[in-house]
Design a protein around this ligand. Structure first.
Ligand code: P53
Length: 476
């Protein structure tokens, strides 16, 4: 790429994490248990609850960011971060979710964290809740399938908006809100299991309640923090391609794409698409819509669209084809995509940098709202070389190719607020609970069983990203 600065002057370069995947300190300073605290292995869907003292729970200590954030932020600053995305652990603030009063020690922790970021001129970008819900809300109410969760979430949101106004400008209401249909336990606190009676109805009830809660948060955000506050949605995004030019494949693509766009449509356009309402009706599902719900959703649409991008999907009308991973199920292999690097083979998420450019245009054409890439990155196995360094050239290649596409999209007119790559420091994987699926520019000495010193070491990609930010994207 040429040395032309294509990125806007105040572009928010940085990295993104989630509270539960980094903080640890799961029972410190009054924090209540969250749904993530009962995950011992695998996808965040399969709790080992109650906590078994003989089982290792990776989220309990995670990478101990709770105690080490000052040093970690120094490293982020050294890379030149302008923004850092993290989330608030709901059960630090409301230990049971439905408590009448917040836990002051929890509020204080985020005050200190945000102050530390601001001190280093790093803009906090905050996800209100990211794949963790107070566990007690699961036990007591069965999670978001119960309408009362809207009230408890709103209480949480009001508390943090009032507390952190003036410190935090960028907010997102729910991490990857569309993932609730795939990982209903951590984000939705749903206790009914797949295959059990009422499972589907519970999923869609939870979804509707989260939409109402999200719109209510946008409303409150503007009331409490004024027009300056930017309250966004956060969607797990990836375009769907048809396997061939067969019109039946095009229809299949449209159907698959709607699994995602329905979620952005509700939050950005303010209404359920007609096709979705019909589809649910045919499935015999009844959305628990109460008086005023649709009006709130209509009136309080988001200010920007935050999205994660890891890959695209390819579908065929003939059906599933080769299963590529949990999230990419019902998709077929796309022969035009780059091969997955050896270091990332275990997870095999297809690599499609052009798909990111496509996504940016797609979302801008559809919604015409500011966009924010709040996650992108390569989960890979890293090895410490004999010289003691981590030569993660595969990660640099992945990120570079994606950022080159981002630069082109911006040059072609896309309005992008920033780019926070996923896991700038190694963290616990949401999809697998592994530490060995690493995304970081910073290596953390910790394995899948909890061994290691937690020592931080910059990888080769650390210096690469530092140069990218320093040149505002001119040196990719
Ligand atoms: P891991 C599935 C598909 C796309 C994004 O994922 C996903 C998931 C859930 O696994 O989640 C986001 O850790 C999520 C992060 C997560 C990250 O992608 O499975 O917002 O919490 O860690 C990467 O490799």
């Amino acid at each position: 790429m040429s040395n032309q600065p294509l990125f806007p002057k105040d572009f928010l370069w940085g990295g993104a994490v989630a509270a539960c995947q980094v903080e640890g300190a799961y029972n410190k300073d009054g924090k209540g248990l969250s749904t993530a605290d009962v995950i011992a292995h695998g996808m965040m869907n399969d709790p080992t609850d109650p906590i078994d003292p003989n089982t290792f729970y990776p989220y309990h200590e995670a990478i101990d960011f709770y105690h080490r954030y000052k040093d970690d932020i120094k490293l982020f600053k050294e890379m030149g971060f302008k923004a850092f995305r993290t989330s608030i652990a709901w059960s630090r603030i409301f230990p049971h979710g439905d408590d009448a009063r917040p836990n002051e020690a929890g509020l204080k922790f985020y005050d200190d964290l945000f102050d530390e970021l601001i001190k280093h001129d790093i803009e906090p970008v905050i996800t209100i809740t990211h794949f963790e819900t107070p566990l007690s809300l699961a036990h007591k109410y069965g999670g978001w399938a119960d309408r009362r969760l809207i009230e408890y979430y709103t209480r949480f949101v009001r508390t943090i908006f009032e507390r952190y106004k003036g410190k935090v400008k960028y907010w997102m209401t729910f991490n990857e809100i569309n993932i609730i249909l795939h990982i209903p336990f951590t984000g939705g606190a749903l206790t009914v299991k797949k295959g059990e009676a009422g499972y589907e109805q519970a999923l869609y009830s939870a979804m509707h309640h989260q939409f109402v809660a999200s719109a209510t948060a946008v409303k409150l955000g503007h009331e409490i923090m004024g027009k300056d506050a930017m309250i966004g949605c956060m969607i797990a995004f990836g375009p769907t391609y048809p396997e061939t030019s067969n019109p039946l494949d095009a229809l299949k693509m449209q159907e698959h794409m709607r699994n995602t766009t329905t979620f952005s449509d509700v939050q950005v356009r303010g209404a359920y698409p007609e096709h979705y309402l019909r589809e649910l009706e045919k499935k015999g599902i009844k959305l628990p819509i109460e008086a005023g719900d649709l009006e709130v959703i209509k009136a309080h649409t988001v200010d920007f669209i935050g999205f994660s991008y890891y890959s695209s999907h390819t579908v065929s009308h003939k059906g599933g084809g080769e299963e590529q991973s949990n999230f990419f199920k019902n998709t077929v292999k796309n022969p035009y995509l780059s091969p997955v690097d050896e270091s990332a083979k275990e997870w095999s998420w297809p690599v499609d940098p052009i798909g990111l450019r496509y996504s940016l245009h797609y979302l801008q054409d559809r919604y015409n709202k500011p966009l924010f890439i709040v996650e992108n990155g390569l989960g890979a196995k890293d090895v410490i070389a004999e010289d003691g360094k981590i030569h993660d050239d595969y990660r640099i290649t992945y990120l570079k190719r994606h950022l080159q596409e981002v630069a082109i999209a911006i040059d072609e007119g896309v309005n992008l607020l920033g780019y926070t790559s996923w896991g700038p420091i190694d963290l616990v994987s949401a999809g697998t609970s592994q530490m060995s699926k690493r995304y970081g520019y910073i290596y953390v000495d910790r394995d899948d069983h909890g061994n290691g010193t937690l020592k931080r070491t910059p990888k080769e990609s650390f210096y690469w990203y530092q140069a990218v930010i320093k040149s505002n994207g001119a040196h990719l």
